[in-house]
Design a binder for this molecule. Structure first.
Ligand SMILES: [Zn+2]
Ligand SMILES: [Zn+2]
Length: 542
């Protein structure tokens, strides 16, 4: 039962159910698109699990990216089950649990690639995969109906930064046992060829550090720990020391160092307060904010609002990331402002400073050919990615009827011989807005949209039901529609509209009159301005 990540890139969550046993794979969140006004992030809809709470045996996490662990604290407020994660992933989860004060009451288990665990009727075998964060795994799950292989987020990188390639031997072993169904990462299913190795980025880092006349600032995702390692390695050869800016990146770096996933030579890591004491040519700053996020370091540098760092002439900024669709505008505006402040900025494909952590077509085909699954389900992608991935599988002779292109909420049933697609359960967005979780739905989003288009107007008046008219002067308030001092005439005439629309038969209830006045005001404003502000009217009975 996919509850998230099928039909989108983000908020991954998959349930495997047998008898009265459910295990959940990943609990991720998704960032909002730019038209989702005010939304902080989005959770999977786990309504399906609410009346099956006692069936939940375990939550298995494939790796530490937010689209796989970001919903965990929310999930664990409703459900209780032990969480299994690799060491680094566990460290990242602990950081989140600690922030929410939930660390003590959560049961965490560490598993590692190569382990074999029995949980209820399932045998779980995590296996190592390469991805853009260390310690990522895919999962082999032996069920009474057959072997399920979940790829996790993966690529076949032969020269990964940590020297640990995807475990092809384990995949061959699964293949020998016979794979019932493969669930495989579709993020790059529309990219031909193979995804380049992380190792190719070294050249770009060398060139930047060699040629930069002053400080080098490299922005990337806070979770890209292997990228930090690469920068450290290259910086060392150019005699540059490294400072880390951004709370989440500082936390992740500290934790990854403690656990031994990040090797930074003694004396090489400096504090932000020490940056100004060194000659600029000896400094590299790793920073958050490669997506233009308003609160992250790069935007603060662009807007000159960082606590201790300022962009100066001869700074070189490198965006080591790709821009997530929907973030283009904010990212570009940050880049423009950095140029304005005198920095030289390298970004986008021509900077050659980012490679994807996800397999492209040739690698996806390799995985399918190695495993030869009976059934195939593309996961982790928008519908277009899932469809492309299904086409690849079909090219490899998997029959169309044995491939399921499904979106969140469609359960698949396997009896060992057949695959059946069931009735859809809820699988929509659950919006998180401040401390509101799920209260903000499509209706509120529509209203926000209307408010954002033309603002609002509120009219308040005292109303005498016996006389059937307003008493005294109505008050008109407005925000985001017109600038009041410049629109006095319009608003005075609006008061007249209120008075005349509220003159009705004696004894009419205020509700009915309010409706009438709202309509009259709306058409008045549309006639006068060709805009449709949100209009509300309150009549107070006297
Ligand atoms: Zn990932
Ligand atoms: Zn992912």
């Amino acid at each position: 039962m996919p509850l998230g990540g099928l039909g989108e890139v983000g908020k991954n969550m998959m349930c495997i159910e047998y008898g009265r046993n459910i295990i959940v794979i990943d609990a991720g969140m998704m960032f909002p698109e730019s038209d989702m006004l005010g939304i902080d992030y989005i959770l999977p809809d786990w309504e399906y699990l609410r009346d099956k709470k006692d069936l939940l045996r375990a939550i298995l996490i494939t790796h530490g990216h937010l689209d796989h662990i970001g919903a965990l604290t929310h999930f664990l407020q409703e459900f209780s089950a032990p969480v299994y994660a690799t060491r680094l992933t566990r460290g990242l989860i602990e950081v989140q649990l600690k922030q929410e004060g939930m660390l003590e009451r959560t049961t965490l288990h560490t598993y590692a690639a190569g382990d074999v665990l029995d949980i209820g009727p399932f045998t779980i075998e995590p296996f190592h995969v390469c991805h853009s964060i260390p310690d990522s795994v895919g999962l082999g799950i032996t069920t009474p109906a057959g072997l399920i292989v979940h790829s996790g987020d993966f690529k076949f990188d032969h020269t990964p930064v940590d020297g640990w390639p995807t475990d092809q031997a384990k995949l061959a072993e699964f293949s020998n046992r016979g794979v019932l169904v493969l669930l495989s990462d579709s993020t790059n299913a529309d990219q031909p060829g193979s995804t380049p190795s992380e190792a190719v980025l070294d050249d770009a880092f060398h060139q930047i550090m060699r040629e930069a006349p002053g400080r080098v600032i490299i922005a990337t995702f806070a979770s890209l720990i292997s990228r930090v390692q690469q920068v450290v390695n290259v910086a060392q050869r150019h005699n540059r020391k490294i400072a880390i800016a951004g709370r989440s990146m500082v936390e992740n770096t500290r934790m990854a160092r403690e656990l031994g996933y990040l090797d930074i030579p003694r004396g090489m890591l400096i504090g932000l307060d020490e940056v100004d004491k060194l000659p600029p040519q000896q400094v590299v700053i790793m920073a958050t904010g490669s997506q233009g996020e308003p609160m992250a370091v790069l935007n603060r540098l662009a807007t000159n609002s960082h606590r201790s760092l300022r962009i100066q002439e001869y700074d070189t900024v490198l965006l080591s990331s790709h821009t997530i669709p929907g973030n283009e505008e904010t990212t570009h505006s940050v880049i423009n402002r950095l140029f304005q402040r005198g920095a030289d900025v390298y970004y986008g494909p021509q900077a050659q400073a980012h490679v994807s952590g996800h397999a492209s077509q040739e690698e996806l085909k390799l995985l399918i050919s190695m495993l030869r699954p009976t059934f195939f389900v593309p996961v982790h992608g928008e519908l277009r990615h899932l469809v492309q991935h299904a086409k690849l599988a079909h090219e490899l002779d998997i029959a169309k009827g044995d491939i399921a292109v499904i979106e969140n909420g469609y359960p698949l049933t396997f009896d060992g011989e057949r695959m059946r697609i069931g009735e859809r359960v809820p699988g929509d967005y659950v919006f998180v807005d401040g401390s509101l979780v799920g209260e903000v739905g499509p209706m509120v989003m529509r209203q926000r949209d209307e408010l954002a288009q033309s603002g609002f107007v509120t009219a308040i008046a005292r109303y005498d039901r016996q006389a059937g008219k307003t008493v005294g002067q109505p008050r008109i308030m407005t925000r985001g529609f017109v600038y009041v001092p410049d629109a006095e005439d319009l608003l005075l005439r609006a008061e007249d509209v209120v008075r005349s629309a509220a003159s009705v038969k004696r004894g009419t209830v205020p509700d009915k009159v309010e409706e009438r006045v709202e309509q009259a005001l709306s058409s008045f404003f549309y006639r006068e301005t060709k805009r449709k502000p949100v209009v509300t009217v309150a009549l107070v009975e006297v």
